[in-house]
Every structure is written in C-alpha cells, then in structure tokens.
Write a protein that binds this ligand. Structure first.
Ligand SMILES: Nc1ncnc2c1ncn2[C@@H]1O[C@H](COP(=O)(O)OP(=O)(O)OP(=O)(O)O)[C@@H](O)[C@H]1O
Ligand SMILES: [Mg+2]
Length: 572
C-alpha cells in the first residue's frame, strides 16, 4: 500500500513529513508537487525524515509526500554498459548540458530496444537465484547473462526460444510456491549487497599497467584500495588510468562531487581508447556515474551504492568488475551534511558517528567470490580520498586506511617535482603482495619477486642515506653508496615515474614491467663490478647505456627490444 502524507519542514536536502505511518526505512518516496525523488532515512512515530536527491528549492510545507513501497533500487538489464548515469541511475546524454528536470524518472535503459536472446537451459529443471538461463550480446566485449533473480527458486516451466525480445518481455517462467514470470530486467536495492555463494582468497592481480602499483603495491582482483592525496596531487589522473587500462571485464566509474569538466574529459578520451587486451573500445565495458559538484548533494551519497550494485550485478555473471570512486571524501561530506540536517550528534570534525562503519561496509563489498551460479567473479574497489589541506590524519583518511587492504599515498613533494604518479614508495602499502607472488612467478618470471625486493631495498637504502646527503652532500659518501643513489635514481626515473600521456609509457604490461626492472637491476650489478675494477661512478653515469636503460620505459615493447638492450648491459 502506498503511504501519503504532507511535508511539515524543509531543511535543505532533508524534508520532514507527517502522517506517513507505514513507510519503511530506506523506502523511496515522491516529494512535493513536482515529485522529487527521496529516500526515508529516519522514521519517528508517524513522521519520517526524507533525504531528497534533487534540489529542494521552492519546496514548501504542506506539499504531498508519497511512499513508493520499495527501497532505492537500480535497474539491471542489458543496455547498461556504455551509459552515463546520474547518481540515481538516470541517463545523462551529456554532462555539459546537464538538464534533467526535477522529478524526472527516466528508465535507466531503453525499454523499446530488442535484444537477441539465446537460451542456455531447457525447461523442466530446478532453478534458483543466480542461475544463468541465457544471454544476449550486450556489447562486443560483454556477453550479458540473463540470470534467475536472487530469492527465486522453483521449477523452470518455460524458457523463450532464441529470438529478439525487449527487456520487459517474458523469457522464462518459474513455478515455486507461486508462478513467477521472468524477464531480462531485474531490480535490486542499492543498499543491500547482492548475494553470493562464498568469498574466496584473491590470488590474481588486477593488472593496471601502472608500474608502481602492479610491481610494488599491487591490487588483487576483488581487492580494495584507496588513493589518498592532497589537492592536485594526481588522484583523478591515476583513477582515469586505472579505468582505461585495468584488465577488468567491467569498469564502473563514479565521479562523486568532483568537477564536471573532468567527467567530460573522461567521456572525450574514453571513446578513443582501446582495451589493451581485446583491442576493442573501452566504452564497451564501461559504465559512468556522474554526480559532479554542480549536482544535488544527497544523490552523491547514493551514487556510490548505485555504482557498487551495478558492479556486483556483472560480477554475478562471472566477471571481474572494477569500481572507481572519485572522491569518497565528497561522499563522506554528503553524509555529514545530511547528518547535520537530521540534527544527529556529531563525532569527529562534524562527521556522524557511523562514518567509520559506513566506510567499512562500502569497502567490504569488494571481494573475489564464488557466485550463486558457481562461477568466479570479483568486485574490486578503488576510492580516491581528498583530505582537506592534504592532512592524512583527518577522519575520512584515517578510517579508510584502516579498512582498505592496499593504499597508494600521493606525495605533494613528488607532485611538485613532477614525479607522476606521485605514489610515495616508502609509505604506500599492499597486503596482496604475498598472495600474488605465485602469479608473477608462474606467468611472468620466477625471478620477479627477487627483482622486486632488490628494487625496494635500493629505494629504502636511498631513503636512509638521504639525511646524510642533505646535511653533508653526496661527496662524503663512499663510491658504492654513491652508486646505490644512482641505482635509486634509475628506478625513480626509469620505473616509478610514468607519464599518463605518453603513448608507450602510459600502459606497461606485466612482462615489460619485469623487463624494465631486470634491466635496471642488471645494470646496477654490472656497474658494481666495474666499480670494483676501478671505474668511478662519474664514468659509469657518463656511459650512454645509463641513459638508454632509464629511457627503456619509452621504448621497450617486445622481447626483442628488451634483449637488445640487455645484451649491451651484459657486455657493459
Ligand atoms: N601520471 C601523470 N602523468 C602526467 N601528468 C600527471 C599525472 N598525474 C597527474 N598529472 C598532472 O597533475 C595534474 C593534477 O592531477 P589531478 O587532477 O589528477 O589531481 P587531483 O589529485 O585529482 O586534484 P584535485 O584535488 O583537484 O581533485 C594533472 O592535470 C596533470 O597535469
Ligand atoms: Mg581530482
């Protein structure tokens, strides 16, 4: 039954309604004459507080409030991929011309479009939630499996023959305790994680093509990571890089409270980029959600859950999904604003006391899982964090760092000196290193882990020598330590730095990452021998090979390229 009441108070994005007994927590409601979309966030007797997802200007007490009887949900059906949505999954044709009229409820997908459905099961079997009954080719990259919705169980009494169907047409029927008609369209509440069979230990890397990440601080498929960084340190560029090159099957990019022109930038560059593995346009595996700074604040809070639910839906088909959120700090600010309007008792820096648990449950939706249909799929989550003043001790950053399993700290000093990505290699961290090392030794080289350790060891030693150098200058160091500083410099210039704009450098496949480390470490070993043989560090640096090894990141694309330089190193 739909509940109808009246607005009694408007407090910015939050509205109080009376006479609404029977509305549920998290129920969707229509607010005011124009039917703005909102969600019940607190129920008090026969009154309720509603978080309104649109601009509330002009809304007045006395206007109607109507419960819609269902929680805030997303539409799940073929036709999602390649779209750009607002924070409530309403399609945006362009963001520049963002003109959704208030109260507008468009279908998330084109319900008039026909899809060629191919059944993969025959009637007469028992089915339950998650089971794949057929598929459509959603894009060239995504075979979209049509699954029995979670919570449905029974005998499959009908499956449509191969043919063209609209998403709302019946394509199957299940006889359980009652008869249920199944179409290609399901709905799912965004605040409830989609069910899975079980969680598994993640043991495959999410390859991002970003060397400092893949080689030193890797993320597993199904892992969670954060990118904390002060103003202008390169968070957005790094997330765009991940969205462009990561080897996930699906990318969900949530632009949350950031500048609209950055989303426009993404939309302009994406159609020109091809997936490094399939060679197909990456738009064919991407879903964008834009809730930029000029859009209503409360929808920002919802947008990350909309994104997560879409990522989970494709995971359920047995795919690896990657969800990127820029920036989770703006999301937390939306939480703070709504909490303030609800007059909740504030905790640290005005954030609600449930900030930590919200952050935790957000990242907990990442995981490598066995799906209900017995496939393996994953949701990986990467969130940018933008602490005010670059202060990593503020609440959103500290709580995030507690819950993610990898973090790449962006360092303003590196960014100022144009060392990009400005990931600090001393203080960044990944708990996935160990579980992924087998993958590297089996697929790339059993020498990889040793090279990685050698490289990090050189960088850590450089760090400890820095103070001496700062105080007394490099001249006081013995030659072998001077050489170590050079090796560290080669690692910084030839490996850690990576331009997002150079055609070769912007994406480095894992094998090439190994080649580059091998070249640098081998050169260092050779140089040490030369040093013992009487050469000076100055002489070694003056060799053209020194520069060639550093510049290999722009040139090495194949085994042949690598072997040619390696030969010179061995003869050095
Ligand atoms: N990998 C990179 N390669 C080359 N340039 C980069 C790279 N990363 C960042 N930059 C430079 O740094 C600038 C700022 O980066 P970006 O917009 O990503 O920072 P941000 O941390 O998202 O900033 P904000 O705090 O404003 O959101 C970019 O415009 C670009 O010039
Ligand atoms: Mg940014």
């Amino acid at each position: 039954m739909k509940v109808k009441g009246r607005i009694t108070e408007v407090k910015g994005t939050v509205v109080k309604a009376s006479n609404v007994s029977g509305v549920q927590m998290n129920e969707m409601v229509k607010v005011g004459e124009t039917g703005l979309i909102g969600e019940v966030v607190r129920v008090e007797g026969d009154s309720a507080y509603v978080q309104v997802y649109e601009f509330t200007t002009g809304l007045k007490p006395g206007e109607p409030v109507e419960g819609l009887g269902s929680p805030l949900s997303v539409t799940l059906a073929p036709g999602i991929v390649g779209n750009i949505y607002d924070g409530l999954q309403r399609p945006l044709s362009t963001i520049e011309g963002y003109t959704i009229s208030r109260g507008y409820t468009a279908e998330a997908i084109d319900v008039n479009k026909s899809w060629h459905f191919v059944p993969v099961v025959k009637p007469g079997i028992k089915v339950q939630g998650g089971e794949k009954i057929g598929y459509v080719e959603e894009t060239e990259l995504i075979r979209h499996y049509i699954m029995i919705p979670p919570n449905v169980i029974g005998n499959l009494t009908y499956v449509a023959p191969e043919g063209d169907y609209k998403v709302t047409d019946q394509i199957a029927e299940v006889q359980g305790s009652e008869k249920q008609s199944i179409s290609m369209l399901q709905r799912w509440s965004v605040r409830v994680p989609r069910p899975i069979k079980r969680r598994l230990v993640a043991s495959e890397p999410l390859i991002t093509g970003q060397r400092v990440i893949d080689a030193f601080f890797p993320l597993a498929k199904g892992g969670s990571a954060a990118v904390p960084g002060g103003f202008g340190t390169g968070k957005t560029v790094l997330l765009h890089q991940m969205a462009s090159w990561a080897n996930s099957r699906i990318v969900v990019y949530v632009g949350c409270g950031e500048r609209g022109n950055e989303m426009v930038e993404l939309l302009k560059t994406f159609p020109k980029l091809n997936d490094p593995i399939s060679g197909k346009p990456i738009m064919q595996k991407s879903i964008m959600i834009a809730n930029t700074s000029n859009m209503p604040v409360a929808a920002r809070e919802a947008s990350v859950y909309v994104g997560l639910t879409l990522a989970e839906y494709y995971r359920d088909m047995g795919y690896d999904s990657l969800m990127l959120a820029d920036s989770t700090s703006r999301w937390a600010e939306a939480l703070r604003e709504i909490s303030g309007r609800l007059e909740e008792i504030p905790a640290e820096e005005g954030y609600p006391s449930y900030l930590a648990s919200r952050i935790a449950s957000f990242y907990e939706r990442a995981g490598y899982v066995e799906t209900l249909s017995g496939d393996f799929g994953s949701v990986s989550i990467i969130g940018a964090v933008s602490p005010p003043g670059g202060d990593f001790t503020e609440p959103v950053t500290t709580h995030t760092l507690r819950y993610v399993k990898a973090f790449w700290l962006l360092d303003p000093n590196l960014a100022y000196s144009r060392h990009y990505p400005a990931v600090n290699w001393i203080s960044s961290y990944s708990s996935y290193v160990e579980s992924l090392s087998d993958w590297w030794s089996l697929n790339i080289s059993d020498e990889f882990e040793t090279l990685r350790r050698r490289a990090l060891d050189i960088l850590f030693k450089e760090e400890s020598l820095r103070n001496i150098v700062r105080l007394l200058g490099p001249e006081v160091l013995p030659e072998d330590e001077k050489l170590l500083l050079e090796a560290a410099n080669m690692l910084r210039e030839g490996f850690l730095k990576q331009s997002a704009y150079h055609e070769v450098d912007r994406y480095t496949p894992p094998l090439v990452q190994y080649y580059l480390l091998k070249l640098i470490i081998s050169f260092y070993e050779k140089a040490k021998e030369k040093l013992t043989g009487g050469a000076t560090v100055e002489e070694i640096k003056a060799s053209p090979l020194y520069l060639e090894v550093i510049r290999a990141r722009f040139n090495v694309k194949s085994k042949e390229n690598f072997e040619a330089i390696m030969k010179k190193v061995m003869e050095f």
